[in-house]
Write a protein of this length. Structure first.
Length: 144
């Protein structure tokens, strides 16, 4: 149902985690995700903890889904001295190529507990359907 856009993206994510670098708008960090089919919907869940809904941007152009989010530092008073800071900050992004069998016009997005969940219906034209067979009406009777 979807294809990875860049085979080296996972390697970049690991290097960024190990080096402690933050994502920028020109080179965002990778956003972890799960994707699965649930009935007649395709579900994609992105981890974006600590990000407000106003800082999340979802865009679909043709079959390319792009999700971007930005986690900003928490505003602190001058008297606060940071002892430890491990939570990544900056811009996170993920691009996913969606199959033609998905209805991108009816994507639903929900956000809760730090997870952005997109539900994409399977297009009606892609669902299995019964094909009826037109047969002969039977032998014609000739009246004399």
């Amino acid at each position: 149902m979807l294809m990875r856009t860049d085979p080296f993206r996972e390697m970049d994510r690991i290097v960024q985690q190990l080096s402690g670098t933050s994502g920028t708008w020109s080179k965002p960090s990778v956003m972890p995700m799960d994707a699965y089919r649930e009935g007649d919907e395709y579900v994609i869940a992105f981890d974006v903890p600590g990000v407000s809904t106003e800082a999340i941007d979802i865009d679909v152009e043709r079959n390319m889904l792009t999700v971007k989010a930005e986690r900003r530092p928490v505003a602190k008073a001058d008297s606060v001295k940071m002892e430890l800071s491990e939570r990544p900050l900056g811009v996170f992004s993920r691009q996913v190529i969606l199959a033609d069998t998905l209805d991108t016009e009816r994507i639903q997005a929900d956000y809760g507990a730090g997870v952005l969940t997109l539900r994409i219906p399977i297009a009606e034209r892609a669902k299995p359907r019964k094909i009826s067979i037109r047969g002969e009406a039977g032998p014609k009777q000739i009246s004399s």
